[in-house]
Design a protein. Structure first.
Length: 330
């Protein structure tokens, strides 16, 4: 009940603290932290988190995104105000039942020590099929220790961009959005009865259902209860001039989709953020659907949904860039 008032107070405080700022941007690279968690296996299947040093792994089923976009905000006098960092990797390093800031905690702590008084803002790139587990490293730590290690390495990648930070010219801010009606996955006629039986077994005294059975059961119920109504997803684009753009997508989006948006963008700096403006579950690529496993089994949207989000984002980016170019020419 207190949340709406707190949000309003935050907006009021932000407006009261508006101050002129200079913006600069750079892109770092960090390719040693994130890993695609889907793998082609020797038996012809695609595995999900198949375990460290698993001899049946052939190769990753997809890429990673090593991009580390950095946006720096300083006052008119040059004092550090804020640093925005984006990186594509699941925030599941700590694990367990604790509430944790995970590796962004260490990232913000270290950057704040380097530039006292500066706020670090972290957002997640498209990491639906990415996490921190290196299957080649049998002795990899976990929990808070691993989160701190990852945050430290990522902070290093951010600091390496400092000499490359280039000013972003003063220009109008644009905000655009589009609602995309995503299709639902097909549900077999007998799936609902099976799903309810699986859920009942989960709480019963007998044999417990397997993990993917449980995931599929809850997905089935969720989809059927929509009674055919498409899943509504908001795609949002925020731009600064004709150089800097943010794309916000709901759900946990496969990395190839974020990479495709970046490649198609006319902006020099394009930052793609997932888990924004709603939670719609996993959004796999079209080619991942036949491969199955966790993300596909649990997806509440149907095949092609991810590509629909890409198309909507790319159209908004083109519109925003054209408008920014026209404004600059006047």
């Amino acid at each position: 009940r207190a949340l709406p008032g707190l949000i309003a107070a935050s907006v009021e405080a932000a407006c009261a603290n508006l101050t002129p700022a200079q913006v600069s941007a750079a892109h770092g690279v960090e390719d040693s932290l994130s890993f695609n968690r889907r793998f082609h296996m020797k038996d012809g299947t695609v595995g999900w988190n198949p375990g460290r040093l698993n001899p049946n792994i052939l190769r990753p089923a997809g890429p990673i995104d090593p991009d580390v976009p950095v946006i720096h905000f300083v006052s008119a006098e040059g004092a550090p105000l804020a640093m925005y960092v984006n990186f594509a990797m699941h925030l599941d390093t700590v694990g367990g039942t604790e509430i944790s800031a995970d590796y962004p905690y260490t990232l913000g702590k270290l950057l704040g020590e380097l530039r006292p008084g500066m706020l670090t803002v972290f957002t997640l790139g498209t990491a639906g099929d990415l996490n921190h587990i290196d299957v080649r490293w049998g002795a990899q730590t976990h929990g808070h220790v691993e989160a701190a290690r990852i945050g430290t390495v990522l902070a290093g990648a951010v600091t390496k961009t400092f000499p490359q930070l280039a000013a972003v010219g003063a220009a109008p801010l644009q905000c655009r959005s589009a609602l995309v009606a995503l299709p639902l996955p097909e549900i077999a006629p007998d799936a609902v009865e099976k799903a309810r039986a699986t859920i009942a077994r989960q709480g019963g005294a007998g044999d417990k259902p397997a993990f993917l059975e449980i995931v599929d059961a809850y997905k089935t119920i969720d989809v059927v209860e929509r009674a055919g109504k498409p899943l509504e997803a908001e795609v949002q684009v925020v731009t600064l001039g004709d150089e800097l753009a943010w794309v916000a997508l709901p759900g946990e989006v496969f990395v190839e989709l974020g990479l495709a948006i970046k490649r198609a963008s006319p902006f020099a700096h394009t930052i793609v953020v997932e888990l924004a403006n709603g939670s719609i579950g996993y959004v796999p690529t079209r080619h991942a659907w036949p491969q199955g496993n966790y993300e596909v089994v649990s997806a509440r949207c149907g095949p092609g949904s991810g590509e629909m989000l890409c198309e909507a984002a790319s159209a908004l980016l083109r519109e925003a860039h054209a408008a920014a170019v026209r404004a600059a020419a006047k």
